[in-house]
Ligand binder design. Structure first.
Ligand code: CP
Ligand code: NVA
Length: 311
């Protein structure tokens, strides 16, 4: 009997129940290890003996450290592989790489330039593949973000989120999160950096409460959470033009003032102060960015355990 491999490529690929189960696990495992040294093993070390290969085609601080520490806490091990020091960087195919890695590790995490390559890796290998950011999406980030919102404000269902800025990969995963976790989302982006039309169409087809506007004030008004990201993602070549076009989309005190009085501010980091967000907002009392960063660890441990059939 063939068993289905549990990949974590995009939030839309999982059911709401599966995503909720992963988040509930993350919450309880986080609580269970409060106050313990960060390198200490989790009780039961559920991934003992399991190895994760981590392939990076792009830079990373949070993703790399959270996956590496996560595997350590769960009793497993991890390998950091920069793609330019692999044969992959010299033309070995994704398909052949998938087959070789599948013989030696239990799961693969990849941060890739091309989403298609990640899908191919999953199709051609026999072990779970986790998307750790592509040009399309960043699902792990959103698991951490929903965990963070709910720690501070309770269930995200029925809340209003506003995305202000570039309709990029993180925005795509936020749209998918809005559908799967049942919250309202208004994205304010200039037309040239509008969110992916296919994802917006998918959200509509699923009955999601997701809307696109070019007006940041409209998105921010009454929001329970305002989210932004860099104006220049890894791989973008038109930094100067982006700064010019996105200047009206800065998250600042005036924009935050339109949101609900207890609204949170989120940013996946790294941030560019006085560009997409002002210093007073990112370091202010509504900002939960450090919790978001920490929660990458807790959310991804549960993702790993789910992919490996432990939860
Ligand atoms: N937010 C995020 O993915 O951070 P890194 O690029 O540092 O991994
Ligand atoms: N949108 C950003 C996210 C970085 C974590 C990028 O792709 O560079």
């Amino acid at each position: 009997m063939t068993q289905t491999v549990r990949h974590f490529l995009d939030l839309k690929d999982l059911t709401s129940e599966e995503l909720r189960h992963i988040l509930d696990t993350a919450k309880s495992w986080k609580q269970a290890r409060q106050g313990r040294p960060k390198g200490a093993l989790d009780t039961g070390a559920p991934l003992t003996g399991h190895a994760l290969a981590m392939i990076f085609e792009k830079s990373s601080t949070r993703t790399r450290i959270s996956f590496e520490m996560g595997m350590q806490q769960l009793g497993g091990s991890s390998l950091i592989l920069q793609s330019d020091s692999m044969q992959l960087g010299r033309g070995e195919t994704v398909s052949d790489t998938a087959k070789v890695l599948s013989r030696m590790v239990d799961a693969i995490m990849i941060r890739a330039n091309s989403h298609d390559a990640v899908v191919e890796l999953a199709e051609e290998g026999t072990v779970p593949v986790i998307n750790a950011l592509t040009d399309r999406s960043h699902p792990c980030q959103l698991m951490a973000d929903i965990l963070t919102y709910e720690e501070h404000r309770g269930s995200v269902a029925g809340k209003k989120f506003a995305w202000v800025g570039d309709g990029n990969n993180v925005a795509t995963s936020l749209i998918e999160a809005a559908v799967r976790f049942d919250f309202e989302l208004v994205l304010a982006c200039p037309e040239i950096y509008a969110p992916d039309a296919d994802v917006l169409a998918w959200a509509a087809s699923e009955g999601g409460k997701v809307r696109y506007t070019t007006d940041p004030k409209e998105a921010a008004t009454g929001a329970d959470c305002i989210v932004t990201d860099t104006w220049v993602s890894m791989g973008d070549k038109d930094a100067e033009e982006r700064h010019k076009n996105l200047a009206p989309y800065q998250v600042n005190a005036d924009l935050m003032a339109l949101a609900a009085a207890d609204a949170l501010f989120m940013h996946c980091l790294p941030a560019h102060r006085e560009e997409e967000v002002t210093t007073d907002v990112i370091d202010g009392s509504q900002s939960v960015i450090w919790d978001e960063a920490e929660n990458r660890l807790h959310a991804q441990k549960a993702v790993l355990a789910w992919c490996l059939g432990k939860i």
